[in-house]
Every structure is written in structure tokens, then in C-alpha cells.
Design a protein around this ligand. Structure first.
Ligand code: NAD
Length: 388
């Protein structure tokens, strides 16, 4: 099959196995080129197939020498459809990990369900005994509650009033004004139920009760804060409420785990192009300006650089992680630097359809978007027939 991108809005419905494999290889190479990490040895990554979760898994294995179990929700290939990108990423990750002598197994299913939690516990018990690190990196538009069966949907909306700002269609390069209606209480409740900390806590309790969480284990989830420009739609919007809940869960889990020498953290990561972030209004335009400024200053990082830095310099550096006043690790520190933010602000006020190419790194944004699905990788020949 000759595989080309088929884009529908924020998603690409096809993925390229060779391009995805190449991207994983690049991340593995990056971690191998860095100093080894004195870190965890048996790691569970929930949301392990793309974005920050995949990069965490790669940093754990090729940085710290960890065996891993990955949980995710991905689509295998069928007769006339390619698999999803995360499926191909995982095939390549497992191949690389096993060739290097590490254990790597994966569970494809709904991480919010009791069934997948039980399958994971059984797999840990059979092959690892216990895990000493749990990374929670899910990003999902929906969650079915495992006890009540209620189906929650998350929305990306401001609170308290209608919000308007600039946004970009990154396929066409058109900068327009977007207006988003405020969320109601029910939408806030549902977004918190999907992206808040309840499921993370359920995972940790289930692992503890089954005796498969080692004493002294570290658990980690990811959050975002971002600049003034995106506050209304992100941190002070529905998703921000969910992140508040996730961060409060980290503090409560940290208290609970301290009894056995364990710890729980939220790490606030940098804004990056992932399947989740490209769906948020306003954010892609901010990211394309941010990339321009950070690249010019030599500060740009992708998921793997962020996760390596988090592991090597914060979590496993022999000291306590440095945290902010709310107990969060901040690897968004370079993004939030005042010189970076003030330059992004200046560009934000000027940017329009006419000058987008000059003021922003929209070309880099677009390329990163296609690379998520294994396309636009320089060394891949997309005219070649491949088996999906
Ligand atoms: P992503 O879309 O790349 O990855 C999401 C992962 O969750 C995938 O592995 C997917 O298979 C898995 N998943 C989704 N629903 C699932 C389900 N029901 N069961 C099992 N697995 C499921 O997302 P990402 O951008 O890497 O986000 C991960 C975390 O990082 C999120 O908490 C996000 O808010 C946070 N974060 C993202 C950014 C950013 O800019 N992308 C910045 C800071 C923090």
C-alpha cells in the first residue's frame, strides 16, 4: 500500500509505519546520546503510545535501563486501513527495547476500565513482581466510569463568559478570530471526570491493594499552565479545572505514598504539538509563535528532551525534585521565561494571515503535526509500497 496522509480537522486518519518507526528511533538515539540515569527499573506507563507517555517510556528504558509495561488505546491495521500512529510507535519501541535486552509488553484497551487495570496487575505480577514507577499520561476526550457506567465527555471552553481571541487553521495558514461560549457546570464536572485525577488515584490504589506497587515507588502525571494568552481557554477554562484536580490528587497521593517512602508528583510540561494539543483552539497559534522564539534562542525541546530532562535533572538526580509553591515540578521553565514570553506577546499582537509565515514557525508546527503520524520524515520514501 502507498500510504499518504488523510487529514480530517485535527486528526490524520492514516499513519505511516516506517515514518513512525523512524521517529521512535530518533527518540531512542537521543536518550542513548545522553548520560545514563540512576532511575527506576520496572515502570508502568499509562498512555504509553504517543506524546509525553511514549517519551517517558523511552527515557525510562534507554535512560535508566527499565523494563516497561505500556497501556494505551490504539487501532491495529485492517484490510483497507492503516493502524494508528501509537500502534506503529509501540511496535518499534518494543522491538528496540527487546533487542537491547529489556522486557517490554503492552496492553491495548481502555485504561479507565477495571478490566484493563486487572489485566495490567496480572501482567506485572507474572513478569515483574512489582513496579517502582507509574507514569500517568492519558489524554482522552471521553471516559466511562468503571463503577457507575456514566460516560463523561471533556470540553475545551472558558468559564464565566464568552471568550474571543486569535486562532490559526494550521493547514491553510489562515488566522481568524474564534469565539467560544462559556461552559456550564455540567461541562465542567464532566471535563474534570475525564482529565482530573480520579482515575490516576484509582490506578494507584488498585496497584497498592494488589501488592504490585513497590515501596518507595514514584508516580507522576502531567499538567500544563501556559501564558496569559491561553489562560481563558486553558488554565482558567474547563481543562484547567481538571488540571487543578489532577494537581490536588498528586498532593494527596504523595501524602499517602510517603508512609512507604514513595512519592507522587505532577510535572508541568512545555506546550508541544501532540494529537491532544492540536485540538485546542488558540493554542496552535501560540505554539507556532513560541517555537519561533524558543528555536531562535536555542531553547527548543520536543517531548523526548523534556522527559529526559525531567528524569535526569529532577526525579532521579540524587536530590529531592525542585518544586514550585504548589508542589509541582516545572519543566515548562524555559517556555515561561520572561524574555521568551514577552517576545511571544509582541508577536501575538502583530500576527495575521499575511505575516504568519514570517512571524511564526507555522511551517515547523505543520511538520511536527504530520510527523506525529509518521509523515514528512525526511529520510522516508513515501512513494514506496509498504505493508500496513
Ligand atoms: P497524546 O494524545 O499524545 O497521548 C495520549 C495517550 O493516552 C496515548 O497513548 C493514548 O493511546 C492514550 N489514551 C487515550 N485514551 C485512552 C484510554 N481510554 N485508555 C488507554 N489509553 C488511552 O497526549 P499528550 O499531549 O502526550 O498528553 C499526555 C499528558 O500530558 C496529558 O495529561 C496532557 O494534558 C499533558 N500535557 C500535554 C502538553 C502538550 O502540549 N501536548 C503539555 C503539557 C502537559
Amino acid at each position: 500500500m502507498i500510504i499518504k496522509p488523510k487529514v480530517r480537522g485535527f486528526i490524520c486518519t492514516t499513519a505511516h509505519p516506517v515514518g513512525c518507526a523512524y521517529q521512535v528511533q530518533e527518540q531512542v538515539n537521543y536518550v542513548k546520546s545522553q548520560n545514563p540515569i540512576e532511575g527506576p527499573k520496572k515502570v508502568l506507563v499509562i498512555g504509553a503510545s504517543t506524546g509525553y507517555g511514549l517519551a517517558s517510556r523511552i527515557a525510562a528504558t534507554f535512560g535508566a535501563g527499565a523494563n516497561t509495561i505500556g497501556v494505551f488505546f490504539e487501532r491495529p491495521a485492517s484490510d483497507d486501513r492503516t493502524a494508528s500512529a501509537g500502534w506503529y510507535n509501540t511496535i518499534e519501541f518494543e522491538k528496540q527495547a527487546r533487542e537491547a535486552g529489556y522486557y517490554a509488553e503492552s496492553i491495548n484497551g481502555d485504561a479507565f476500565s477495571d478490566e484493563v487495570k486487572q489485566l495490567t496487575i496480572d501482567l506485572i505480577r507474572a513478569n515483574m513482581g512489582q513496579v517502582d514507577m507509574v507514569v500517568y499520561s492519558l489524554a482522552s476526550p471521553r471516559r466511562t466510569h468503571p463503577k457507575t457506567g456514566e460516560v463523561f465527555s471533556s470540553v475545551l471552553k472558558p468559564l464565566g463568559g464568552t471568550y474571543s481571541n486569535k486562532t490559526v487553521n494550521f493547514h491553510t495558514g489562515e488566522v481568524t478570530e474564534v469565539t467560544i461560549e462559556a461552559a456550564n457546570e455540567e461541562e465542567i464536572r464532566q471535563t474534570v471526570a475525564v482529565m482530573g485525577g480520579e482515575d490516576w488515584e484509582m490506578w494507584i490504589h488498585a496497584l497498592q491493594e494488589a501488592g504490585v506497587l513497590a515501596d518507595g515507588a514514584t508516580t507522576l502525571a502531567y499538567s500544563y499552565i501556559g501564558p496569559e494568552i491561553t489562560q481563558a481557554v486553558y488554565r482558567e477554562g474547563t481543562i484547567g479545572r481538571a488540571k487543578d484536580h489532577l494537581e490536588a490528587t498528586a498532593l494527596s497521593l504523595n501524602n499517602q505514598l510517603q508512609a512507604t517512602g514513595g512519592r507522587a508528583y505532577v510535572s508541568v510540561n512545555k506546550a508541544l504539538v501532540t494529537q491532544s494539543s492540536s485540538a485546542i483552539p488558540v493554542v496552535p497559534l501560540y505554539i507556532s509563535l513560541l517555537f519561533k522564539v524558543m528555536k531562535e534562542k536555542g531553547l527548543h525541546e520536543g517531548c523526548i528532551e523534556q522527559m529526559y530532562r525531567l528524569f535526569a535533572e529532577q526525579l532521579f538526580n540524587g536530590n529531592k525534585a525542585a518544586v514550585d509553591e504548589k508542589g509541582r515540578i516545572r519543566v515548562d521553565d524555559w517556555e515561561m521565561r520572561s524574555d521568551v514570553q514577552s517576545e511571544v506577546d509582541t508577536l501575538w499582537n502583530k500576527v495575521s494571515t499575511d505575516n504568519l509565515g514570517e512571524l511564526s514557525d507555522i511551517a515547523g508546527y505543520r511538520k511536527d503535526f504530520f510527523k506525529l503520524f509518521g509523515f514528512e520524515v525526511d529520510s522516508v520514501d513515501y512513494e514506496l509500497d509498504v505493508t500496513p
